[in-house]
Design a protein around this ligand. Structure first.
Ligand code: AMP
Ligand code: MN
Ligand code: MN
Ligand code: MN
Length: 280
């Protein structure tokens, strides 16, 4: 019987769309009782060295991480890479290419918002951006909350930033094959992030997991801030069916914004093989 290890392998810093610096997140994870932690910024590994150094100083076990934006069957899917070499050149180039369209997209998003009477959204969003290479929908959401267009970030997404809404601009992110390939090539483990969040039919979900496994993917998030307890059970079952390990991650972005803080999720269901087994 294993002792409970508080593992949190998914969160964001100001290097992508989180609100805190990597070192501040390390301190928060440690204060919340996290034993093993990973920073998984969107399409960016610029925060990895700071996160690792801060964790080391605190005696907190650190696993390198990234969350890659992928377009699969016309949907956006996120693939987390854990244990990657943060200096791997192919991974760095792949991420740079994935980030590449974000600025032009942000300008188009601002045009869409201006057309419905919300001017200045590009400049407004930029005020919240920590890394000019990584302007995201979250930064627009924070601006719309600041100007009291909506009551919270979730509300902004529902009304302005999802498909069919005025601030939505479709993107072609990395392919699944590329994302998994970059992660494996950098010595990492590929994990499907929050699989319960995608608007896929059961058939499509199975096709995604099948293709992911065929490409060398080996884990899925089971317990995440985006899943309900019912989904913990569903994805524990799918992990077993596909032979995947399971991961646990809060997807924390910032205080007063994220529903779940670092290290505060329930444990992984007992039957699930933890993705961190080899690192514990
Ligand atoms: P982007 O990569 O710019 O498309 O932004 C994606 C990010 O927006 C996600 O990682 C979440 O942080 C946030 N996000 C996406 N959908 C929602 C939603 N429905 N509610 C709140 N935040 C969301
Ligand atoms: Mn995010
Ligand atoms: Mn995600
Ligand atoms: Mn995330």
């Amino acid at each position: 019987m294993n002792e409970f290890l508080n593992v949190d392998l998914h969160c964001h810093s100001a290097v992508s769309d989180g609100m805190l610096a990597p070192a501040v997140l390390a301190a928060r994870a440690h204060a919340n009782g996290v034993d093993m932690w990973s920073l998984t910024d969107h399409d960016e590994i610029g925060g990895q060295h700071e996160a690792a150094a801060a964790a080391r100083a605190l005696g907190l076990r650190y696993v390198t991480g990234v969350e890659i934006s992928v377009t699969w069957a016309h949907e956006t899917v996120h693939i987390v890479g854990l244990g990657i070499d943060p200096d791997n050149l192919t991974l760095m180039e792949g991420l740079a290419a994935t980030r590449n369209g974000r600025l032009a997209r942000a300008q188009k998003m601002a045009d869409g918002l201006a057309a419905v009477g919300i001017p200045g959204a590009f400049e407004g969003a930029l005020k919240f951006v920590g890394n000019p290479d990584l302007i995201s929908r979250t930064h627009f959401a924070r601006f719309l909350v600041e100007r009291r267009t909506c009551r919270d970030v979730q509300d902004v997404f529902n009304k302005y930033l999802v498909e069919g809404k005025p601030g939505y601009v479709p993107m072609h992110w990395a392919t699944l094959a590329h994302a998994v390939g970059w992660i494996l090539g950098a010595g990492g483990v590929a994990v499907v992030a929050h699989p319960g969040r995608y608007p896929l039919s059961e058939l499509e979900l199975h096709a995604l997991l099948q293709e992911f496994r065929d490409l060398g993917g080996s884990a899925i998030e089971v317990v995440t801030g985006s899943h309900t307890p019912e989904q913990y059970r569903k994805f524990a079952g799918l992990a077993a069916d596909f032979g995947f390990a399971g991961s646990r991650g809060s997807d924390f972005h910032g205080p007063n914004e994220s529903r779940i803080d670092l290290g505060k999720l329930p444990p992984l269901p007992e039957q699930v093989r933890p993705v961190w087994q080899a690192w514990a």
